[in-house]
Design a protein around this ligand. Sequence first.
Ligand code: AVJ
Length: 305
Amino acid sequence: MTTGFGRDLVAALAAQPRSISPKYFYDAEGSRLFDRICELPEYYPTRTELGILQRHAGEMGALAGPGCEIVEFGAGSLRKVRLLLQAFEAPARYVPIDISGEYLRDAAAVLRREFAGLDVQPLVADYTQAVALPPAGKGRRIGFFPGSTLGNFTPEEALAFLQGAARLLQGGALILGADLVKDPNVLHAAYNDGAGVTAAFNLNLLARANRELGANFQLANYAHYAFYNAPLARIEMHLVAREKQVVAVGGERFAIAEGEALHTENSYKFTIAGLRDLASRAGFRPGPAWTDPERLFSVHWLHAP
Ligand code: AVJ
């Protein structure tokens, strides 16, 4: 119970309404399920962002200039940054920042092999807190925050994160991926896939608690519930109890009534204008914004003066 997960889950169950950070989705099993989500026909963000990066990496390379340093916040999959590294002129350094040291080591080894002359310096850290980077080289420092992970933050947290990033990247820029508001039915389908992978991803939070914390959640008792909250422009994911249950977590017992929910994720959606305004308030000067023909997703170049 000394882990952050145990502490935060107990606090979440003791509170009303109940909510927990989506960062706890990503144990090994959760990361595997998320990779499957990215391949789903209904989940358009990953393939759409990859397409945008593919089409515009050349332009981004011209803006970045030679010998730049790429700092990735929350190094997820190597596919996206690889598109940048291939298109940029002699990138000097790649600094992926992630809390999972094991994943970072593997990813760093792959990229060192692939890009001779690239200095790969993984940083095990929580990028939502202030991080200390190695001293900058001659090229620009370019941040990379893809996947619309920014949407997991509340608007206040998003502003604070971007303020920190603007400071960190001074003289360079941030390449930011942001999912766009759109037909709510398209959004709904992306988080309610037919194969049930998103449901398994959501329920894995409870499975993880059973595995790691010796909790006794009856998974069949909880429904995956995801919907688009239009006034707040966000997808919300919840786990809703189908029956009452007394659950034991780390020596404490919690009575969960029928119909009670644990809020597991917010995924905010953006307009291009709204995102540029948010970035400006954080100290960036917005440059080009790229999107796909259907305007499903956006990638932004944000100068950090
Ligand atoms: C990784 C936060 C961008 O919000 O779309 C996917 C996570 N949750 N399906 C998202 C997620 C359910 C994803 N982000």
